[in-house]
Write a protein that binds this ligand. Structure first.
Ligand code: BES
Ligand code: ZN
Length: 646
């Protein structure tokens, strides 16, 4: 049943918010506009969480977080309930000053269960009177005692063998997009912001080093003997940016406000890889204004981390697969840093507006890379990015998912994860680039800066952006509007005709070498002197479909591709080996698939394998071994590809 959002009467609990038109979706409450979020059960227009105080104990033996969440709630006039998102949480009790009644609706797959708490009636002394905005009748503190389930999808509990040190267990969370609800009862919508504090108690296993807890908040720099850590995040953030990690971690400073956390055996390599971090922060600030979150640190996780990076505020989480040894993959850090403006400061209001986070961030990432490392590096990234985009568009279109190639998504009834494609990232970035090229860089930079400043700590829809664009940049310039062709980009399929195409002399050199190889030259005669990671990626992507096994063997023997430590180069090589059924590389393939869990690498390899009977058999055998070591996010994706358990 679809429930009209914004209707005055009570809404049956347990219903996801219905999609409504952008005009009726806007409601005013507490001074903020709220767009309706179809991926959350919460009703922030009735009662909205403003601050969270977490008090949790981390129990590695039971693989459980337990304790309480105290929620400061602003209640609209006449509202009688608070609706929270939960999934697989065990709720023990709810109270304000006295116990409160609550119901948990039946679980709806990935969306979990709506938890509806009956608020104490206004006169009963539970509230503290109105504050600020007229639409808030009162504020309450509500406390939820709860525990997580061992299978909580946001949490990955690693055994010591799954870490670099091999001696201590490790825990990390991944909340984006809708997994925060599996470890915190919250309004799990990017349109709701809260500040938070936390007190985390870690029971370190006997005999091992004391474990350090870190969060997307103010962080300790060394482990505490009593295992008790307190955190504060004074800037309001959406729930998908809640993050916690616990492990045998060491901190190394990189600059006055930046540093890196990693396991002791990794932290030196990480610090060397990220030496340019302070310059990147400086470059970002010069472009779009001051960094507003205090410190910027990076946490390098064990290899099962399912993403390249995650922009948890103050503490980016990163995969160790970017530690290439030559800083060639630091654009990922530029990307996560850029999210400190696009995403964490100005946030997509719903997951249908995901491109506002990722497209802006890729555009900004490229600007940072250009400022710090020069045009050539940036051109190479742009060419490779466009290749990725064209491939994705072709796959989605052929797979009957052409609607997913629009920037403005419609993810009704689907997991927002389905919207995580190159479309949001690369098509989004190209759209901003078209605008930049049309109006000129200086003017566009001023405009973007005013977007970030004018919408700081707010969540915004695609329509909000288009309105701002129209008012602040394009008004009175009909010719610019025609040149940009906004509807073709935002509400249309594929790649619009005016998409800018970068060229890269460095990559052209790689193409020329591959051309020679395709025409019969031996690998040893190719000029790959000084090739960058991006040149290797490009060279391997151009391998012709007709390449023979002997040619594969020649390449591998000459360039040691199966033994590459650079994850991006190794990935391209393995992807080609699978597509061409070059079996001598399959031992390296198996090692790669069982030694790291980054979904971006796993998905295409398993997908390609699953296209043939023998490949599928191999994939299934490897997956049976690898699956217990993957995070739920990657597991879900690969389960789908291999129809695991079906
Ligand atoms: N915020 C994303 C990761 C994400 C998106 C997690 C959606 C869950 C749902 C992060 O900023 C990201 O985009 N990471 C990329 C790296 C980037 C350089 C493209 C990744 O993990 O590959
Ligand atoms: Zn991103």
């Amino acid at each position: 049943m679809l429930v009209p959002a914004g209707c005055d009467g009570p809404v049956p609990s347990g219903e996801l918010n219905a999609e409504v038109s952008s005009t009726t979706a806007r409601r005013i409450h507490g001074g903020d506009d709220l767009a309706t979020d179809i991926h959350s059960f919460s009703r922030p227009d009735e009662a909205r969480v403003k601050r969270l105080e977490l008090e949790l104990t981390v129990d590695f033996a039971a693989q459980r977080l337990s304790g309480s969440a105290r929620l400061q709630v602003a209640v609209a006039p006449g509202a009688t309930r608070l609706v929270l998102d939960t999934r697989d949480l065990v709720i023990a009790a709810v109270r304000a000053e006295q116990p409160l009644k609550f119901t948990l609706a039946a679980a709806q797959g990935d969306f979990g269960s709506a938890m509806t708490i009956e608020l104490p009636s206004a006169g009963s002394g539970g509230g503290s009177g109105a504050s600020g905005a007229a639409a808030v009748a009162r504020e309450l503190w509500i406390e939820v005692d709860y525990a997580t389930s061992p299978g909580a999808a946001a949490l990955q509990w690693l055994a010591p063998e799954q870490t670099a040190g091999g001696k201590s267990p490790f825990l990390f969370t991944q909340s984006q997009a809708i997994l925060a609800r599996t470890w915190v009862p919250c309004q799990d919508s990017p349109g709701v912001r809260m500040t938070y504090g936390a007190r985390i108690t870690v029971k370190s296993p006997a005999g091992g080093p004391p474990l350090l807890a870190v969060m997307s908040a103010s962080n300790p720099q060394r482990a505490a003997a009593d295992g008790v850590y307190t955190f504060d995040m004074p800037q309001p953030i959406p729930s998908y940016l809640l993050a916690l990690a616990v492990g045998d971690l060491e901190f190394r400073p990189l600059g006055p406000r930046s540093g890196v956390y990693a396991e002791p055996s990794v932290v030196g390599r990480a610090a060397a890889e990220f030496v340019d971090l302070e310059s990147m922060i400086g470059a970002a600030e010069k472009l779009y204004g001051p960094y507003r979150f205090g410190r910027y640190d990076v946490l390098v996780l064990p290899p099962s981390f399912p993403f390249g990076g995650m922009e948890n505020p103050r503490l980016t989480f990163a995969t160790p697969t970017i530690l290439a040894g030559d800083r060639s993959l630091v654009s990922l850090i530029a990307h996560e840093l850029a999210h400190s403006w696009s995403g964490n400061l100005v946030t997509n209001a719903t997951w249908n507006d995901f491109w506002l986070n990722e497209g802006f961030t890729v555009y900004f990432e490229h600007r940072i890379m250009e400022a710090v490392f020069g045009d050539e590096f940036e051109d190479a990234l742009a060419v490779l990015g466009l290749q990725d985009l064209e491939k994705t568009i072709a796959e989605l279109t052929e797979g009957g998912l052409v609607r997913d190639t629009w920037l403005r998504l419609d993810l009704t009834g689907r997991n927002p994860d389905d919207g995580v494609t190159e479309v949001a990232y690369q098509k989004g970035a190209r759209f901003l680039q078209v605008i930049e090229k049309t109006v000129g860089r200086e003017r566009f930079d001023r405009f973007l800066r005013s977007w970030f400043d004018g919408n700081a700590f707010q969540s915004r829809t695609t329509d909000d952006f288009l309105g701002f664009l129209d008012r602040e940049l394009l008004a009175g310039h009909a010719d610019w509007k025609t040149a940009i062709a906004i509807p073709a980009w935002v509400d249309g399929p594929g790649l619009p005709k005016n998409c800018p195409r970068a060229t890269s002399t460095a990559l052209a050199r790689a193409s020329a070498q591959m051309q020679r190889f395709a025409e019969g030259a031996r690998a040893s005669t190719l000029d790959v002197n000084g090739f960058t990671t991006q040149q290797w990626q490009h060279l391997l992507r151009q391998l012709p479909a007709t390449a023979s096994a002997a040619q594969f063997a020649d390449l591998d023997a000459t360039f040691g591709l199966s033994k590459r430590g650079n994850s991006e180069v190794l990935f391209e090589w393995l992807a080609q080996s699978v597509a061409h059924r070059y079996e001598p590389a399959f031992a390296a393939l198996e090692h790669f698939l069982t030694s790291q869990g980054r979904r971006k690498f796993l998905k295409p390899l398993y997908l390609e394998l699953s296209k043939s009977e023998s490949g599928k058999a191999l994939a299934t055998r490897i997956y049976a071994k690898a699956r217990p070591g993957y995070h739920a996010v990657s597991r879900d994706t690969i389960d789908g590809i291999l129809k695991w358990g079906k």
